[in-house]
Design a binder for this molecule. Sequence first.
Ligand code: UDP
Length: 236
Amino acid sequence: MEKTVQLYEGKAKKVFATPDETKVIVSYKDDATAFDGTKRGTIVGKGVVNNKMSNYLMQILEKEGVPTHYVEELNDRETVVKKVEIVPLEVIIRNISAGSFAKRFGVEEGIVFKTPTIEFSYKNDELHDPLMNEYHALALELATKEEIETIKAMAFKVNEVLKAYFLKLGVKLVDFKLEFGRLPDGAIVLADEISPDTCRFWDAETNEKLDKDRFRRDLGNVEDAYKEMMRRVFGD
Ligand code: UDP
């Protein structure tokens, strides 16, 4: 399948139309942004890592019964996915305190939760993605009650599958962000990406950060962290 016109360019990806109007091609860039787009940079090779890792994880999730937008990897940076209408919610699951959770509630990073948490943000750049609860999402008709229930169940299922998967690779899945989409028939599928851009990964032995926090916090060895996560998933 080939790209036709560019439909959209985001911070980390471009999306192209294809001759099949039910499919689009996503192209992953090396561009990185943080803090609401105020910090910008390049992480060499990131697009390849995110494309390949996300595709691999989506295939694992499909096998475990989680429907996704994944169709076919075309090359290192490009993938065919089902065209969806994105539900404008960022769905965040947390297993261990970090990032905005630690800041908001005034606790240290690294507290292991007995029960994972879920939260929603309204995907809206002008409003800077405000935190919202499911009643707010319902009130604004961002999703139906049924869709929200489906999204919550799918997000916790993704967490159980990926937490176990990464632990076998010596990696703690601290937290992550998911996005969901609607197919033309109304079915909800997992969309967007699952990668070191959208997850916090800590080495299980040393708690070394192996994700975008190395870029956000200027910790150095950013490319190495992405490469290391690639190595854990795909081997040498
Ligand atoms: N996250 C993301 N995109 C966002 C915000 C968060 O992918 O726009 C991911 C982030 O990588 C982390 C998780 O969601 O794995 C929780 O992020 P948090 O709310 O702690 O925000 P941050 O500290 O990254 O600003």
